[in-house]
Design a protein around this ligand. Structure first.
Ligand SMILES: [Zn+2]
Length: 289
């Protein structure tokens, strides 16, 4: 027998080959803005704001509600689902898109309506979920936001809507466009009753959502760097055949034009909302007195 022949059995591989790599995936993430590699846990602790350049990452609707509200909240209309009225198909059937989004996110459509407390103050808060078909507004989002407005109206609680949306959901055609009028009409009733409504605009807030409830707040507050607009910059450039200015449609540009009232860092958002709600509610009480 040759001296170099292996006589002992090789060490048995108990882990299957597909699991034989170091599990670091998902622990780190790259900042979209400054390209710094950030430890995901640090990012979460910093409310999904890059510790180096203050870039505001997207947040899910659930994370948003956890950040803004004091602990537990009651969810409303969670079971509402789209009926796919047009039986719409593009690159794949709308019904299949809905099914996939529901499975992936564990929610039925692109908004959560919550009733809870913000810094001890009872509020109704709707938070949009961009991960659900681009946070688009179809019949369900429109109806849920409208019911959120009506709940605020019935219970005399202030309303906060956190928008994050690509606009109306075109797979529902005209029905999605009708939501603009419906939500806006409900908000007019809320305004008549002098109940405060604060709209929080996050990256991105565009299309039919901008053209309705996102811009109808008593105060419209944007997060830093948020893209806010109706049509996207590319479409506008092609239409007017002109180069758009630097930073066009970003919160910092819009505030100089008076299109948004404030830009608030996410880490200060909760206390700022509490302060503003107190201010608005006192003012409303004086008007009604
Ligand atoms: Zn960064």
């Amino acid at each position: 027998m040759a001296w170099f022949k292996r006589e002992k059995k090789p060490i048995e591989q108990s882990t299957p080959p597909e699991e034989r790599r170091v599990r670091t995936e998902g622990l780190w993430t790259k900042c979209e803005s400054c390209r710094t590699i950030v430890f995901r846990k640090d990012l979460e602790e910093n409310l999904h704001v890059c510790p180096k350049c203050q870039f505001h990452f997207k947040m899910s609707a659930k994370q948003r509600l956890e950040m803004l509200l004091d602990g537990r909240y009651t969810e409303h209309d969670a079971g509402m689902t789209s009926t796919d009225p047009l039986k719409f198909t593009d690159t794949k059937p709308y019904a299949a898109r809905l099914k996939e989004a529901r499975r992936k996110l564990g929610m039925n459509d692109a908004v959560i309506t919550a009733e809870g407390q913000l810094n001890g103050r009872p509020v109704v808060c709707c938070a949009m979920e961009f991960g659900f078909i681009g946070g688009s507004m179809g019949a369900v989002v429109g109806e849920k936001v409208t019911r959120g407005v009506e709940l605020a109206l019935e219970t005399a609680q202030p309303l906060i809507v956190v928008s994050c949306s690509g606009g109306a959901r075109m797979m529902e055609g005209t029905i999605s466009l009708m939501q603009l009028a419906k939500v806006s009409a409900a908000l007019a009733r809320l305004d008549d009753a002098k109940i405060p409504y604060i709209s929080v605009l996050t990256d991105p807030t565009t299309g039919g959502v901008t053209a309705s409830f996102a811009m109808l707040g008593d105060l419209n507050i944007a997060e830093p760097g948020a893209l806010i607009g109706f049509a996207g910059p590319r479409v506008i450039e092609q239409t007017i055949r002109q180069k758009l200015p630097e930073g066009f449609q970003r919160a910092e540009f819009l505030i100089t034009k008076g299109a948004v009232d404030m830009i608030v860092d996410r880490r200060k958002m909760r206390e700022e909302l509490a302060r503003l709600l107190a201010l608005l509610q006192n003012q409303a009480a004086e008007v009604l007195a």
